[in-house]
Ligand binder design. Structure first.
Ligand code: NAP
Ligand code: GLV
Length: 316
């Protein structure tokens, strides 16, 4: 039965995905247009952040495999077939990229490299105080596939890293947590109050939308920094600007935004204490991601358990 690739992909990305998927699944027929397929026969949809309604009219669907790690937009589609399993992208190459970005951001904040870049623009020669890595407390919010990789890399670098996860109502406990893990809503405020740098790697769900608002910024240590590598809607952007302007926060590294691309004229573009990245913290590598897709498609064909299934009730 054929596989249908759909989503918001530019022509080059589309060709790269088709080539990688066909190389990893040489025995499968994979097309990116329903014009070349019998929609009634499609049993797997390979989706890259598809516009709502993309999966209508596929009555034989047995698996929706996301090519994105985050499935917030997919789950928000009211036409998503309710009983079809949804699996998300988990790829070691993506986790490695996310760990690199988290390390770069934390190291740059800890050693003042963003401040030195500002000083260079102003032709100012000034040495700033230097702390040891083990004097810097870092909180990683979300200890899933990407959060664990980031936390492990930061801990290896010598930072005092602690994490936050849902706990009892979240994923099953695991033995390979790389850092101490705090659990549940009541554990967040003390962790924020103790941390110099907060790295957000939570999924976007009803419970985490707008988590970073004026109250949470107020609960952070004065002068702390935020690194948002997850989703733009985790942050109330006006509240972040106010917290920066009041000195409650010293800097924000932002890879994701309420509106993407970040609109021209948005205050973040020129704010001296905001570092803007164009949603590149961890790009999907089509070659390694296609192998991860192939494992699930083969599991479906042979009746084995599917990996990385999304719990729709939980939202991640
Ligand atoms: P994941 O594996 O699903 O992990 C989610 C983690 O968040 C788990 O540890 C979970 O707790 C925790 N969590 C969820 N809801 C919570 C809550 N209400 N309170 C406390 N903890 C909560 O996610 P992932 O694959 O690591 O992805 C992390 C984020 O990165 C997502 O937002 C994704 O969209 C984003 N992302 C960004 C990029 C980029 O380039 N910027 C690339 C890929 C992904 P439990 O362990 O208890 O379940
Ligand atoms: C990127 O943000 C992803 O979810 O894969």
């Amino acid at each position: 039965m054929p596989l249908y690739l759909c989503g918001e992909l530019d022509p080059d990305e589309r060709q790269a995905w088709l080539a990688a998927l066909r190389a990893s699944l040489p025995d499968e027929r994979i097309e990116d247009s329903l014009d070349r397929l019998d929609p009634a026969a499609v049993d797997v949809a390979l989706v890259a952040n598809p516009p709502p309604g993309s999966l209508l009219g596929l009555p034989a669907l047995r698996l929706v495999q996301s090519l994105w790690a985050g499935v917030d937009r997919l789950l928000a589609d009211p036409t998503l077939p309710p009983r079809v399993p949804v699996a998300r992208m988990v790829d070691p190459a993506m986790a490695a990229a996310m760990a690199e970005t988290a390390l770069w951001a934390v190291l740059s904040l800890h050693r003042g490299f963003f401040a030195y870049a500002r000083q260079q623009r102003d032709e100012r020669w000034q040495v700033l105080p230097q702390r040891r890595a083990d004097e810097v407390r870092v909180a990683v919010l979300g200890l899933g596939e990407l959060g664990r990789a980031a936390a492990a890399r930061l801990a290896l670098q010598g930072y005092r890293v602690e994490g936050w996860r849902q706990g009892a109502t979240g994923s099953p406990a695991r033995a390979d947590m790389p850092v101490p893990a705090h659990e549940g809503a009541s554990a967040l405020a003390p962790l924020l109050a103790a941390s110099d740098i907060v790295v957000n790697l939570l999924p976007l769900t009803p419970a985490t939308r707008h988590l970073f608002d004026a109250q949470r910024f107020g609960a952070m240590k004065r002068g702390a920094a935020l690194v948002n590598l997850a989703r733009g809607a985790h942050v109330v952007e006006a509240d972040l600007l106010a917290a920066l302007d009041e000195g409650q926060l010293s800097h924000a590294v932002m890879d994701v935004f309420q509106a993407e691309p970040l609109p021209s004229g948005h205050p973040f573009w020129r704010h001296p204490q905001v570092t803007v990245l164009p949603h590149i913290a961890a790009l999907t590598d089509a070659r390694s991601a296609a192998d991860s897709v192939a494992v699930n498609v083969r599991a479906l064909r042979t009746g084995h358990p599917l990996a990385h299934l999304v719990d729709r009730g939980r939202g991640y």
